[in-house]
Design a protein around this ligand. Structure first.
Ligand SMILES: O=C(O)c1ccccc1NCC(=O)[C@H](O)[C@H](O)COP(=O)(O)O
Length: 398
């Protein structure tokens, strides 16, 4: 425990009175264990199967009434599965942790309650903070829109557009990397990028300027984006396929993105385990979504290259923990060995973040990327269509 970070009016605590986790609490602070994962893997696969049953079920049976002791047992199981996932994630070099299920512990003094900060209940960096907030949002969204209702909505959804095909066609047409232009109002690292932000107008300008695909940020708290923006762009007659730029931690988000008009989704290897990625890729296939699997470093790159079925691999030049941007990350990750695997598997590599000039585009193309994802340098331009021509050093709309 390191200090009090918030003093609030007393509100009901999410953990029910009487829920005691003494045996497990002792394990909470134990370091990650990195030996013999067979049993844990089995547990994780079981947990994933439960998830997957949820994803493929049509109408779930009504839940039986739950007694307090059953409720406690379920909470305990949920917590244990969370711990197992963290242990497996640690063995894959994933440092981003998931939010503790019951949130930070509460301490009462008179009519107030203190939230005590500790290493275990405080996000360690911005990516972890985003992911923890996503868990809170998701709990509310899933209550409002359970999976069954999303599935019903999908029955009437139009087919998805070919995201990968659009990138390939653009690259063949221009001889330059296919452009995924990002509709991005703000970011944690740069604040507000454009005050007069009209997502549909920006999307139209990108399409006019020759973008092959668009990326639409949907996170509200950290990027001032929204699913309404995604749906509005989809419904405005834009032909470019759309990437839902979201921090995906659960399969429910794939279904939701699809109902809002996404043709592709982002899967971040710094957040998802190999098993999560494999599972989500399967769901994406079922939903007709392309999956852009994003890596930042060598460890993530090698993990992802070992997973079958990946067609789009993004190399992000932004360190999502420190915000530093370095486009040589793309070149460093694309060494001869990895380039050979990428060629054999027919993967398209997307260079992401920090691209501002024709020289930057040439640099990442030379390194081996066939597509680029660009936000800041385009969205800040008074005329984003002209911004595209300036970025590529020529008009790529024709
Ligand atoms: O953009 C950020 O500050 C950021 C911070 C934390 C996590 C993700 C972040 N950005 C997401 C992206 O990867 C970029 O929006 C995308 O690659 C475009 O980058 P840029 O062209 O540099 O705007």
């Amino acid at each position: 425990m390191e200090g009090v970070i918030a003093l609030m009016r007393s509100v009901p605590v999410s953990t029910k009175p009487g829920v005691v986790l003494p045996r497990i609490s002792a394990r909470r602070s134990s370091p990650y264990i990195s030996t013999n994962f067979s049993k844990r893997d089995v547990c994780l696969i079981r947990a994933q199967q439960l998830d997957s049953r949820e994803a493929s079920a049509t109408v779930p049976p009504p839940p039986p009434p739950v007694s307090d002791s059953q409720d406690n047992a379920l909470k305990l199981k949920e917590w244990e599965v969370g711990r197992l996932k963290e242990e497996v994630a640690a063995t894959q070099g994933i440092t981003i942790r998931r939010r503790p299920p019951t949130g930070p512990p509460m301490h009462y003094v008179g009519p107030f309650e203190f939230r005590i900060q500790s290493e275990g209940n405080t996000p360690r960096n911005i990516l972890e903070e985003i992911v923890w907030h996503k868990d809170v949002e998701l709990a509310q969204w899933k209550e409002k829109k359970p999976l069954v209702s999303l599935k019903k909505a999908l029955g009437a959804a139009p087919p998805t557009r070919d995201f990968i095909g659009a990138l390939r066609a653009a690259q063949q047409r221009t001889g330059l990397p296919g452009l995924i232009a990002e509709v991005k109002k703000a970011s944690p690292s740069r604040g507000v990028l454009r005050e007069d932000f009209d997502p549909v107008e920006i999307a139209k300008a990108y399409e006019k300027g020759g973008a092959a695909c668009l990326s639409v940020l949907t996170d509200e708290k950290f990027f001032q984006g929204s699913y309404e923006n995604l749906a509005a762009i989809r419904n405005a007659g834009i032909k470019c396929p759309l990437l839902c730029k979201e921090f995906i931690v659960e399969a429910w988000q794939l279904f939701y993105a699809r109902t809002k008009g996404a043709d592709a989704v982002l899967l971040i290897a710094a957040v998802l385990t190999d098993l999560d990625i494999k599972y989500m890729i399967k769901i994406c296939k079922i939903l007709g979504l392309a999956a852009l699997v994003e890596v930042h470093n060598e460890r993530e790159m090698d993990r992802v290259l070992g997973i079958d079925g990946i067609k789009l691999l993004g190399i992000n030049n932004r360190n999502l923990e420190t915000f530093t941007v370095d486009i040589s990350n793309t070149r460093n990750l694309l060494d001869a060995r990895r380039t050979e695997i990428i060629r054999e598997k027919g993967i398209i590599v997307v260079g992401e973040s920090g691209l501002f000039t024709p020289a930057d585009i040439a640099y990442v193309q030379e390194a081996g990327v066939e597509a680029v994802l660009v936000g800041e340098s385009l969205v800040k331009q008074p005329d984003p269509a002209l911004g595209i021509a300036n970025l590529f050093g020529k008009d790529i709309s024709v």
